[in-house]
Ligand binder design. Sequence first.
Ligand SMILES: Nc1ncnc2c1ncn2[C@@H]1O[C@H](COP(=O)(O)OP(=O)(O)O)[C@@H](O)[C@H]1O
Ligand SMILES: [Mg+2]
Length: 258
Amino acid sequence: MTTPALELSGIEMHYGFVRALDGIDFHVKPGEVVGLLGDNGAGKSTLLKVMSGAHQPSHGSIRVQGQAQTFSAPRDAAAAGIQMVYQDLSLVDAQDIATNLNLGQETLRKGALGWLGFVDRKAMRRSSERELDRLGVRTAPMTRPVEMLSGGQRQVVALARSAIRVNGESQGVLLLDEPTAALGYEQTKNVEGLIRRMADQGIAIVVVTHDLPLCYEVADRLVILNRGRKVADLPTAGADRDHVVGWITGSRPSMFAA
Ligand SMILES: Nc1ncnc2c1ncn2[C@@H]1O[C@H](COP(=O)(O)OP(=O)(O)O)[C@@H](O)[C@H]1O
Ligand SMILES: [Mg+2]
């Protein structure tokens, strides 16, 4: 059996007296897309925040590529190869695509001026183009400010940036919270394609979405939360839609009920 890229065991998370997560076991393998489903308040965002190091669970353990890890902050998770793509995308509007793709890891020009920290924009643009080609992404010219892009193009830039970051690590993990919430049909199809191509490169992907058709398009496996508990975990192929909706709404009993 393949070692999971990311594995969580017995995760509990409290907000004061609210038990947002109650004994969650979860894993995602390299190259696998897991669709994380659940009604509002089910605990999806909280679980992603535990995976991304933004929240520390009250109980439970986290393994990355089989190694036990504790994340005190998102930078610890990032160092382990785990990247969260936030709903607000955190792009810098006034900057161009290449700069956004390289935020936080700007290519420094080698040579005499290198130590001054000059950013080599040409090298950055070239490497960004290579990375996008590899992901099969065509957006707009690298020099276009992202404020001039459509919602779908912005989402693609944000996803590609995260993919580039985790590709630097061996077998990274991408966490996506509602990546297509603001997108139209055509743009959603683009993002679906990108998610599949990223997975095909070996990236493990967890996608939170309300979009069931999207889940059926891109996810290999579905994990469903209901009021902080995992109520279903099954391959997408053959998962009955009525059953899935039942688990989401709570009308269908948990697969794991004793
Ligand atoms: N910062 C917070 N403080 C207190 N309660 C919170 C906080 N964030 C989430 N919750 C509660 O935790 C539960 C799970 O929320 P959340 O993870 O946002 O669910 P989802 O993303 O599935 O809609 C809900 O009951 C929600 O009200
Ligand atoms: Mg949420």
